[in-house]
Write a protein that binds this ligand. Structure first.
Ligand code: TYM
Length: 332
């Protein structure tokens, strides 16, 4: 039986953090064995916020290195840069004719970007979900491992697929968010304000490139309170988030021990954070060190990109050929 197709991407707009790791990369690694996976660096998407051309290559290579250092095997998956697959912008153009201004303007991430950068409301920002749909549909993917913040974009990708099929004939399967546990992960920032992010909340976000001391410092400063006052009290979101992180990086007995102390109202946040910091350092350090090593080896990373682009273009060119035919671009 042929393997199901999986696609996911990460924008090259900054340093990867625990949200990217637990919301996405961890699932990529689990899926690489049993699925036909296409994972890419979304460098075209990063252009919506006008990065300095000098930074682009370094950002792309770092995302690549951090993915490999986390355990992604470029031999098992197609690992590539979005801009190396010209079939993606071609499909994006086709899908743009089926995307309506009104629906794009309603997307919460678009409204948020407009609020934050009122001077840079460019068309690429408006059609961001269309490019994302093209990324996914170009390989006819059915499963898309992403964090909670991308759910709305996936819904739009499904809409565009259905619309294309309705107009031109059955062609694209409907892609769905894929998750291993019942919830799609959302890792909050350690100050309890919003989510961990590549560009905001930097002092309360743990990056895969952070030094040991910095990780410890950020965790020791994480928001807590005076503790629960009744047994088995509901946890506030910022405490729940610390427990989610502990569950990801500490031994199960450690997490259950601290959960018990919370339930019994004798949790000592100082001890809890110290343990979490220690386990987090053990978790991040090998990834950080391996990623730094890989970034020294540009030749290797270039080879990976080339190999990934070849695999991706093989699948993408078939889809474009089929889409062109259905649309009627079929002259020779
Ligand atoms: P990006 O680059 O913002 O994030 C990459 C992945 O990390 C997840 N993520 C989080 N998960 C949990 N908690 C957080 N705090 C957190 N922050 C980020 C994201 O959900 C994502 O899975 N538009 C996408 C990139 C993209 C894409 C695609 C993804 C472009 N085309 C096609 C899937 C399929 C983005 O900006 O992700």
């Amino acid at each position: 039986m042929s393997k199901e197709i999986v696609v996911s991407g990460i924008r090259s707009t900054g340093y990867l953090h625990l949200g990217n790791y637990f919301g996405a990369i961890q699932n990529y690694i689990k899926m690489q064995e049993n699925y036909n996976c296409y994972f890419f660096v979304a460098d075209y998407h990063s252009l919506t916020t006008h990065p300095d051309p000098k930074d682009l290559k370094g950002n792309v290579f770092r995302v690549l290195a951090e993915n490999i250092a986390s355990g992604l095997d470029p031999e098992k998956v197609a690992l590539y840069a979005q801009s190396d697959v010209p079939e993606i912008p071609e499909l994006y153009l086709m899908l743009n004719m089926l995307a309506y201004k009104g629906e794009l303007e309603k997307v919460p991430t678009f409204k948020e970007k407009v609020r934050l950068n009122p001077d840079n409301v460019n068309a690429g920002l408006l059609t961001y979900p269309v490019l994302m749909a093209a990324d996914i549909l170009i390989h006819k993917a059915v499963k898309v491992p992403v964090g909670k913040d991308q759910e709305q974009h996936l819904e739009m990708a499904r809409n565009f697929a259905v619309r294309f099929n309705g107009r031109y004939g059955d062609f694209f399967p409907e892609p769905h968010v894929y998750r291993f546990s019942s919830d799609t992960v959302k890792i909050m920032s350690l100050d309890g304000e919003g989510k961990m992010s590549k560009s905001e909340n930097v002092n309360a976000t743990i990056y895969l490139s952070d030094a040991d001391d910095l990780i410890k410092k950020k965790i020791m400063k994480a928001k807590t309170d005076s503790g629960p006052t009744e047994p088995n009290a509901e946890m506030p979101d910022y405490i729940k988030n610390l427990f989610v992180l502990m569950q990801m990086v500490s031994a199960p007995e450690t997490t259950s021990h601290f959960r018990e102390t919370y339930a019994n109202c004798n949790v000592r946040y100082g001890d809890f954070k110290k343990q979490l910091a220690e386990d987090m350092v053990k978790f991040v350090a090998p990834i950080r060190d391996r990623a730094a090593e890989l970034q020294q080896n540009e030749e290797y990373l270039r080879k990976i990109l080339k190999m990934g682009a070849e695999k991706a273009r093989e699948s993408a060119s078939k889809t474009i050929e089929g889409a062109r035919k259905l649309i009627g671009i079929n002259y020779y």
